[in-house]
Design a protein around this ligand. Structure first.
Ligand SMILES: *Cc1c(COP(=O)(O)O)cnc(C)c1O
Length: 469
């Protein structure tokens, strides 16, 4: 499988190189040159497969030529073997024909484990074959950092440096990062905010002298392998609910358009998905596009669903690429006008095309809490605030009551106690078994000034399994 850039200028890469690449050299994002397409009979024949075997069938076309079947099977079995639920991604019924797909049974209790547990193992596999080592640098306001650290802790060829804003992440989220030990794991608390952390990651990619030749890898949601891993659970959910013989609708809490883009790909690969609902919080750039064809940057608001607090959706470029007939030059122009003017609209027929599949809703904090309380009253289930936004959007935007509606349950509620307490259902919460001693565990973390040189010096001092590069 070959991968091309959405902006048309960067060289095409194979899977192995795309895994290590991050952004394309022309500033675009990599996408498969040709999407695999499965027949209905083929999809139907996968009913009842364990999750890792289904994952093998769905993802195999994306990695062929780079990873041998037997190796890939083994990697997938290990990856999804660490999940705390034997169904890996179980469905829970909320209401008539309405279901939550629970994607929070991984080590860090959010859906990001699906992709990052796999990414760490794929990286290590490819790097050991090549006899190379890499450094990962990432910035996090919460979920990504812990999932990336958990995903990389067993990697022999990867040193990972995760920066979070000092004293500005929740205690659960901090402890999920700082209580994982390994000579290749480095938590850095920056005396600054999340944007400061992210700027330092960007600056490090732009000027890599301090790495002395070691390759720097990104694990943010633009990495193709993360999207790829998320396609699988759409197939998994549909197969449980009578697919592919019947259509399924999904409602997806989203910020960077990563998770929902995976659903869009599942549909283009042959899965009958009749509706995809973009569910955002008050940071609603995606909702403003879907409802009014306005993709315009606005100020960032802090909400009770912090993992979706973004101003610009990095993966949206991948959908725009398809809407523009995969014309890289057109995309480069569009993204340039966004950079210059902070916004754009697309031609009416392209927008109408998107609206055939996508609906959207923006949900504020008050409605989020109301939905958590409402679902608790109806079912006794406590939802996390991101998932609650998905439920609210599903109930408002649903096109057909006969079509099963699946809401992606992106996190365990225990990660976001503030929203759950505001909704008045906090007492019902407990940490899952593998984390009951989280608050007793020892923590390891280095506090550094908001200073690029200090951070880069730290990385070059510790980037080789804790030793200097
Ligand atoms: C990351 C995250 C999201 C948003 O996912 P995108 O891929 O950015 O759309 C939603 N909910 C939770 C809990 C997350 O951690």
């Amino acid at each position: 499988m070959r991968y091309i850039s959405t902006r048309g200028q960067a060289p095409a890469l194979n899977f192995e190189d795309v895994l290590l690449a991050g952004l394309a050299s022309d500033g675009g994002l990599y996408v498969p040159e040709n999407l695999p397409r499965f027949t209905q009979e083929e999809i139907a024949s996968w009913a009842g497969l364990p999750y890792h075997e289904l994952a093998f069938r769905v993802m195999r076309p994306f990695v062929t030529g780079s990873i041998a079947d037997a190796d890939f099977k083994k990697i997938l079995e290990e990856t999804y073997g660490v999940f705390a639920h034997s169904a890996v991604a179980p469905l829970r019924q909320l209401n008539g024909n309405e279901w939550v797909l629970e994607l929070f049974h991984g080590p860090t209790l959010a859906f990001k484990d699906f992709a990052l547990q796999l990414l760490g193992r794929l990286l290590d596999h490819v790097l050991s074959k090549r006899g190379e080592r890499v450094v990962i640098m990432g910035a996090t306001s919460g979920d990504t950092g812990s999932a990336a650290i958990e995903g990389c802790k067993a990697c022999e060829h990867v040193d990972i440096f995760i920066m979070h804003p000092h004293n500005r992440v929740s205690e659960v989220q901090r402890r999920q990062m700082t209580t994982i030990f390994g000579e290749n794991i480095h938590n850095i608390a920056i005396e600054g905010n999340f944007d400061d952390c992210q700027e330092m990651v960007k600056a490090s990619f732009a000027d890599q002298g301090f790495l002395k030749g070691t390759r720097l890898v990104a694990v943010n949601s633009i990495n193709w392998a993360r999207i790829m891993a998320q396609i699988v659970y759409y197939f998994h959910a549909a197969l449980q609910l009578g697919g592919p013989a019947r259509s399924i609708a999904f409602s997806v809490p989203t910020g960077n358009f990563g998770d929902i883009f995976a659903g869009y790909l599942a549909r283009n690969m042959g899965l009958p998905i009749s509706q995809l609902i973009v569910a955002t919080n008050r940071n609603d750039i995606l909702h403003r596009f879907m409802s009014g064809n306005q993709y315009v940057k606005e100020t960032l608001h802090a909400t009770l669903s912090p993992s979706m607090d973004i101003m610009v959706s990095s993966n949206f470029e991948r959908l725009l690429f398809d809407l523009h007939g995969r014309n890289g030059a057109a995309l480069a122009g569009l993204m340039e006008s966004f950079k210059q003017g902070g916004g754009f609209s697309v031609e009416e027929d392209r927008w109408t095309e998107a609206r055939k599949l996508f609906d959207s809703l923006a949900v504020n904090d008050e409605e989020t809490c109301e939905t958590i309380a409402e679902v608790f009253a109806q079912t006794g289930e406590v939802l996390d605030p991101h998932t609650a936004i998905g439920v609210k959007a599903a109930r408002e935007c649903r096109r057909s009551l006969d079509t099963p509606m699946v809401i992606l349950g992106t996190a365990h509620p225990v990660k976001f106690p503030e929203a759950v307490e505001k909704a008045g259902v906090g007492k019902a919460l407990e940490l899952p078994a593998h984390l009951t001693d989280l608050f007793q565990r020892e923590e390891r973390c280095t506090v550094l000034a908001n200073d690029l040189k200090a951070v880069q010096a730290f990385v070059s001092q510790h980037g080789n399994r804790g030793k200097p590069l």
